[in-house]
Design a protein around this ligand. Structure first.
Ligand code: NAD
Length: 273
């Protein structure tokens, strides 16, 4: 079987390192290389030194690159968990080299998202704010619950993440909110209440509210609450190990290699319909 060559941009990051560990553990994948921000002190260092549990056989002599162009050319698929600016650059390089892209970065602006969608018209891109099986199943359950229960149930999305997270609400919380909105046939932008402060007045019927907690090393916890007079449903997912995201990302990379251009989701990858 030919292995899929997977490149990792942002390879010194929390997710970048885990993605490399997952690639090394897969019989179907080969690590094509890794790149970092050109100013990173990791550029030029041995790639294997970033990978937990890497053995001597894994030391292929690859070093951390500072220019992603060569990495895209050497890869069938590139996996990107970096920053929104970097991801837009990487989407352009994916088009230039015809390399498929798995995009996990969150916090993209409307313009940055539009740039990714434009790239996906020319090359295959899997994009998901959360690559775990559990969260992708949860979005389906939330959509169903919101559709079945109707607007008498108030919907709130509560999330907690580690202290290093830079965007809020989390991309996953927004995806869960979007699923709840889809269940009601509305767009999240019309009904989202992302922040409440001061004298807000009563809750507006049909709003989808968000609450954000940050602290410690929490890998990711999300609860969607559906509350009506007299009863409340809470749908919760707790990530206890970030490896669930990298397992999903590498599964997506193996799935997307060789696919026609398009913007694919983890629902497509996991066959969740
Ligand atoms: P991190 O800060 O640990 O890692 C990001 C890495 O990207 C850093 O090493 C940084 O130097 C590097 N980087 C920045 N600019 C770069 C550039 N131009 N070229 C190459 N590398 C560059 O962050 P993290 O916890 O790994 O998270 C990264 C992103 O992934 C965040 O947006 C986070 O929200 C998201 N995330 C998504 C999922 C998911 O399942 N989709 C799961 C976890 C995290």
């Amino acid at each position: 079987m030919t292995e899929t060559a997977i490149g990792v941009v942002g390879c010194a990051g929390r997710m970048g390192r885990l993605n490399m560990t997952t690639i090394l553990a897969s019989d179907a994948a080969r690590l094509a290389g890794g790149s970092e921000h050109p100013d990173s002190s990791w550029v030029g260092k041995n790639l294997a030194s970033l990978i937990e549990g890497a053995s001597r056989e894994d030391d292929s002599g690859l070093t951390v690159g500072g220019d992603p162009r060569a990495l895209f050319a050497a890869s069938d698929v590139v996996v990107d968990f970096t920053t929104p600016d970097a991801s837009v650059t990487h989407a352009g390089l994916a088009v230039e080299s015809g390399t498929a892209l798995v995009l996990g970065t969150t916090g993209l602006s409307v313009e940055q998202q539009a740039a990714v969608e434009a790239a996906a018209r020319q090359v295959a891109v899997v994009q998901a704010a959360n690559m775990s099986l559990g969260i992708n199943l949860l979005t389906i359950l939330v959509e169903q619950a919101s559709r079945s229960l109707g607007p008498d149930f108030d919907i709130e999305v509560l999330e907690m993440h580690h202290r290093h997270k830079v965007d809020a609400p989390s991309g996953t919380a927004l995806a869960l909110g979007a699923a709840a909105a889809a269940g009601r046939g509305v767009s999240l932008d019309e009904v989202a209440q992302k922040v409440r402060d001061g004298h807000t007045g009563e809750r507006r019927r049909g709003d989808i509210g968000f609450a954000t907690l940050r602290g410690g090393d929490v890998a990711g916890e999300h609860t969607v609450l559906l509350a009506a007079p007299g009863e409340r449903i809470e749908l919760t997912h707790k990530a206890t190990d970030r490896a669930i995201f990298s397992k999903g990302a590498i599964r997506a990379a193996l799935w997307v290699a060789g696919r026609p251009p398009g913007l694919y989701s983890m629902r497509d990858v996991l066959g969740l319909g």
